[in-house]
Ligand binder design. Sequence first.
Ligand SMILES: *[C@@H]1O[C@H](CO)[C@@H](O)[C@H](O)[C@H]1NC(C)=O
Ligand SMILES: *[C@@H]1O[C@H](CO)[C@@H](O)[C@H](O)[C@H]1NC(C)=O
Ligand SMILES: *[C@@H]1O[C@H](CO)[C@@H](O)[C@H](O)[C@H]1NC(C)=O
Ligand SMILES: *[C@@H]1O[C@H](CO)[C@@H](O)[C@H](O)[C@H]1NC(C)=O
Ligand SMILES: *[C@@H]1O[C@H](CO)[C@@H](O)[C@H](O)[C@H]1NC(C)=O
Ligand SMILES: *[C@@H]1O[C@H](CO)[C@@H](O)[C@H](O)[C@H]1NC(C)=O
Length: 394
Amino acid sequence: MALPRIFQCLLVVFCTSVSSVVAEYQQIDDSKCDCYLTNGTDGNYFATHKFFDFRSLSQYANVPGIIDDQSQSTDAEATSDYFLSREWTESWGTQQWNNSGNFNNGDAAVFMVNSLNNVYIEKNADSNAGSETFLTLRTARLDNFQSAAEFESIPTGYHFLSLRMYARTIGAPGAITAMFTYRSSDDPMAVQESDLEVRTEDPPEFIQYTNQPSYSRSGNILEAATRNASVPVGWDNWAVHRLDWSPTSTSWYVDGQNVSQISFQTPRDPSQVIFNAWSDGSEWVGNMTEGDAAYFQIQWIEMVYNMTGTDKTTDAYQRVRSRLSNGIASRDDASCTNICSIDATQEIGTAVLIQGTNPSPAGSSSFTTEATSWKGILIGISCSDMIERAKFGL
Ligand SMILES: *[C@@H]1O[C@H](CO)[C@@H](O)[C@H](O)[C@H]1NC(C)=O
Ligand SMILES: *[C@@H]1O[C@H](CO)[C@@H](O)[C@H](O)[C@H]1NC(C)=O
Ligand SMILES: *[C@@H]1O[C@H](CO)[C@@H](O)[C@H](O)[C@H]1NC(C)=O
Ligand SMILES: *[C@@H]1O[C@H](CO)[C@@H](O)[C@H](O)[C@H]1NC(C)=O
Ligand SMILES: *[C@@H]1O[C@H](CO)[C@@H](O)[C@H](O)[C@H]1NC(C)=O
Ligand SMILES: *[C@@H]1O[C@H](CO)[C@@H](O)[C@H](O)[C@H]1NC(C)=O
């Protein structure tokens, strides 16, 4: 149904006034946020916010040549001091393991070595570059092995999160680039994992989202565990990829659009966060042609999360969590006076106050943000949606 022109105009006027409400949220220092509420139909509350910004690291830019020897790849050193800084080492561990351990019992067909040499800061040479630099994870096929890249979070107690990255993947078919939560187990069927996986063999408009394991013990695909989803921005273009792991489901978004939601096998227990770029010649990944490479490029990573011990969650705790997260998460923590958002901000990486009081710096009177303003955001969003629909005569 195409809206008559006059209604389109009224809608634009009304919606413009609503979105000015959105712009009013005040930027606030994280130290003043008691919790963070994520947007979307299943918004959740989280305790902590972290932002890793790789956009202005020109002093560390260095694209090292590919090392074509297996052992030298394993032994390679960090590509710049950035990866030796506390900012990096306190949060991430760059990996050096290889797949010799699972080579014979898995379906891997190619030896793979993770190398520090494949994790580096690179100058952004795009025309109209949106940043000075970005972080690159490189995976390259040499004549007798696949050189790969991975970094894993140092904390292993992430217990529900909303994880975002501004990233793209470019390069040859036969690789996977991935952002995921991971809790290992000796039993492959007991691994807990929510995945975003780009298969460079696939068309850019498709990304695979999975709550592992995706195969049953007898080797059948668990259809409910995985989605091959079409995405509004191809993985070869810059986009914000978001993975929301909640007690009841994992949801994935591309540039704010919901692209997949899986409740089957939602991870229950504290987990790590991992990013990688790899290939091992297995059916799932394919073989990369010798001499080729693929690149996972990331401008920033942002997350809001809860952290617990690394112990397995008890079933009783899990039942309580599920009750609390029925529908929109209830505010079950009385200590959360200042509710912040990383979604409603005008400046990526910063938080804004959406409910609560912010003591003014100069000791002048504090102000209170309208509790109803969050609704303003929701209206603002459906408005822009309505404008889009009106524009396209839907
Ligand atoms: C949530 O906020 C993001 C910006 O971070 C926006 O792109 C997205 O459309 C919003 N989604 C919903 C469902 O409100
Ligand atoms: C995160 O922890 C807070 C308490 O600190 C709790 O209110 C909230 O529901 C938790 N979020 C999730 C998604 O479990
Ligand atoms: C591969 O890993 C194994 C086990 O950690 C190690 O013994 C071996 O030296 C590694 N191989 C290479 C080429 O780094
Ligand atoms: C996902 O779907 C696309 C389009 O049909 C297809 O080309 C691609 O191979 C599929 N990927 C997987 C892993 O099934
Ligand atoms: C997100 O999209 C998936 C797949 O289209 C759908 O099944 C799910 O209900 C959507 N979730 C929300 C919260 O809209
Ligand atoms: C990749 O190549 C190896 C031989 O080097 C082969 O054994 C394996 O089956 C190939 N994988 C695929 C998915 O074709």
